[in-house]
Design a binder for this molecule. Structure first.
Ligand SMILES: *[C@@H]1O[C@H](CO)[C@@H](O)[C@H](O)[C@H]1NC(C)=O
Length: 337
């Protein structure tokens, strides 16, 4: 009697354990929502008469991933890397959207020099357009954005732009819910930052007014070959951004993956080929993309939806991630000044 009851309890606990383990890793799988992916052209394109109800077109072309199910969802801006196309990230954007977020990837430019000011202003213009423009022109009628606050995220130079926006380098009309920088890069090296410099070389100097997540790639600091410099050089990449965060922040690094490995499996064209030719890569992109998408979702669930269990799960058991994490650091609010 006693033994069998005990067995039952053990079996029950084991099932609970399996359940918790499964849920901690859930974020790395596609979420429960089907998603739609669509493009929105920017305002001022030729051929669209001003009085056709599309006066509210965005200031930049957008790629939007949104849940198909009716509902109200938080909004996440995702800013592409240097000379990259927003659609190189379509699988990542859909992964995040499938967990109940509207993810907006503007195309900030097609050609750009080292100065990042134009991108910062363009991204701010997109944020300022969201309140009036997003529901009226861009989304299916049953999918509503919750614009109480907006999360800003970005990859590579887009991660630097995300930090710049969070730090107030351009005026934005919505409060910041959270900041996510995916292998952010601020120039070529310490002392060779691109204007405007965001990193200051001082610990805890960046007073981001919301929690920040910094994701890094272990291979980003290694050169692809003798011809190229690393895509995410030490000193101006993820570790520096994390160290300089003054408030709540976390830092996760995928040891065996490279700077562009969270992009789509297929990235076409000259720019698409460059994402593989210029940066050192790990093996398949899928595990890194699932990791980055899942980490973003876990962070958003905690800081935007008030549900910490997935981020706590990664913190306590980094092995739930689909890639090996060489760095798992958390800095809580008030721990540093
Ligand atoms: C919108 O988001 C805010 C937090 O950003 C939340 O407090 C509020 O409940 C959300 N509204 C709805 C209808 O979900």
């Amino acid at each position: 009697m006693v033994v069998s009851a005990r067995r039952k309890v053990l079996a029950h606990n084991f099932c609970l354990l399996l359940l918790t383990m499964a849920s901690a890793g859930d974020v790395f799988e596609h979420g429960r929502h089907g998603t739609s992916l669509f493009k929105v052209q920017e305002a001022g394109r030729c051929c669209s008469p001003p009085a056709d109800g599309r006066a509210n077109d965005p200031p930049k072309p957008l790629l939007i991933a949104a849940p198909c199910d009716a509902g109200e969802y938080p909004v996440v801006l995702f800013l592409h890397g240097y000379l990259c196309n927003n659609y190189f990230y379509s699988q990542l954007l859909q992964h995040v959207a499938s967990h109940g977020f509207i993810v907006i990837g503007p195309q900030l430019y097609t050609v750009s020099g080292p100065d990042t000011t134009g991108e910062i202003n363009s991204a701010a213009a997109v944020i300022n357009w969201l309140a009036d423009g997003l529901s009226s022109t861009a989304l299916p009628p049953n999918v509503r954005p919750n614009l109480t606050a907006v999360t800003i995220s970005g990859h590579s130079r887009g991660g630097k732009v995300a930090f710049a926006l969070a730090l107030g380098h351009a005026k934005t009309s919505l409060p910041l819910a959270a900041l996510i920088a995916v292998d952010p890069v601020d120039g070529m090296a310490v002392g060779k930052q691109t204007p405007p410099p965001i990193l200051t070389n001082k610990r805890s100097s960046l007073r981001v007014p919301a929690p920040a997540m910094v994701i890094g790639s272990g291979l980003g600091s290694e050169p692809r070959n003798a011809l190229f410099s690393p895509c995410a050089p030490l000193g101006v990449s993820h570790a520096a951004f994390y160290d300089e965060c003054a408030g709540a922040a976390c830092h996760l690094v995928a040891r065996d993956y490279g700077h562009t490995d969270m992009m789509d499996d297929v990235t076409r064209g000259a720019k698409g080929l460059a994402t593989r030719a210029v940066c050192k890569s790990g093996e398949a992109r899928a595990p890194m993309r699932r990791f980055v998408g899942g980490a973003m979702v876990a962070f958003l669930k905690k800081w935007v939806e008030g549900r910490p269990e997935w981020l706590d799960g990664i913190r306590e058991r980094p092995e739930v991630a689909p890639v090996f994490l060489s760095v798992v650091e958390f800095q809580d609010e008030g721990c540093s000044s």
